[in-house]
Design a protein around this ligand. Structure first.
Ligand code: BT5
Length: 265
């Protein structure tokens, strides 16, 4: 895998574990000990893969990708959640290029193919006296998992690139390509902020724009029509027919009318 890397700094160094509790937990420890920006942790399987808000990430061996990257962007902590949007763009670009499938981004951090979740992203911040020290960006992509790898209750909402595209995915080639896309997106974001990435994000989220959605947000449940993203990555929703758009910074989205199922470009 290391000899396929074409990045300037991402994956240098790269730690690989046959099994680990969580790549994010390990990378967070490395970051606290001073690991440099670009450090990557990859595992073949995770015994306690983490989702957001204490949820778990199903992480069977030999089939998928579980990766965490340490970043140290010189920005304020409020901009850090934009990194999960950035990672979504990088994953969607990689799926498009490597697998020739059409992924859809579901705000803020899911990537779907054929209406099912194939990737989840977990960005965890480390701050000191309100200064952002590091962000651990965790990415899980279901590459070659068979349906039986998912517990019964996930089988109608989770899938893998093998199941949706019908072709096995080369794990090393996918990982190398993802790190290249991630580095590109990160450099673009460092130069131009979220507006530099917004067109790519909106292209991959096209099927969400104009849809009626419900968001379980920290401030309560909000229903409205998706207008797009604000310059800082906040979701813009129109509640009712008119009025100022509502800005949402976090939450879980349910699409009222569901996603389409077309998967090939
Ligand atoms: C996420 O959380 O989607 C973030 C997942 C991040 C996983 C990566 S793997 C590498 C790194 N190390 C870690 O420990 N974590 C990161 P959330 O939006 O909360 O979604 C979690 C929900 O997705 C679960 O409650 C399930 O419903 C569903 N889920 C769990 N495992 C899944 C899987 N493998 N594929 C699709 N959906 C899954």
């Amino acid at each position: 895998m290391k000899n396929q890397l074409q990045t300037r700094f991402l994956g240098k160094p790269l730690y690989f574990f046959p099994t680990i509790d969580s790549t994010n937990t390990y990378a967070a420890r490395l970051a606290r000990e001073g690991a440099s920006e670009g450090t990557v942790v990859i595992a073949d399987s995770q015994s306690s893969g983490k989702g957001r808000l204490g949820r778990s990430w199903v992480s069977p061996p030999k089939v998928n990708l579980y990766l965490s990257v340490i970043l140290r962007p010189p920005v304020s902590a409020v901009a850090a959640p934009q990194l999960s949007l950035l990672a979504g763009v990088a994953v969607a670009d990689t799926i498009t290029q490597v697998c020739r499938l059409t992924p859809q981004i579901k705000w803020p951090n899911d990537v779907l193919v054929g209406g099912k979740k194939v990737c989840g992203i977990l960005a965890e911040m480390q701050t000191e006296a309100e200064t952002l020290c590091a962000v651990v960006l965790g990415i899980g992509v279901n590459l070659n998992a068979p349906l039986t790898a998912f517990p019964e209750e996930l089988r109608d909402k989770a899938s893998s690139l093998l199941l949706t595209g019908g072709q096995p995915v080369d794990r090393c080639a996918f990982t190398a390509s993802l790190l290249t896309q991630l580095e590109k997106a990160y450099e673009l974001w460092l130069e131009g902020g979220f507006p530099a990435l917004r067109p790519a994000w909106e292209r991959h989220a096209a099927s969400l724009i104009g849809k009626q959605i419900t968001v379980a947000a920290p401030e309560g449940t909000v229903t409205g029509t998706v207008l797009g993203l604000d310059t800082d990555g906040a979701l813009l929703l129109r509640e009712g027919q008119s009025g100022a758009p509502r800005r949402l910074l976090a939450g879980d989205v349910t699409v009222v009318s569901g996603y389409e199922h077309g998967v090939r470009p």
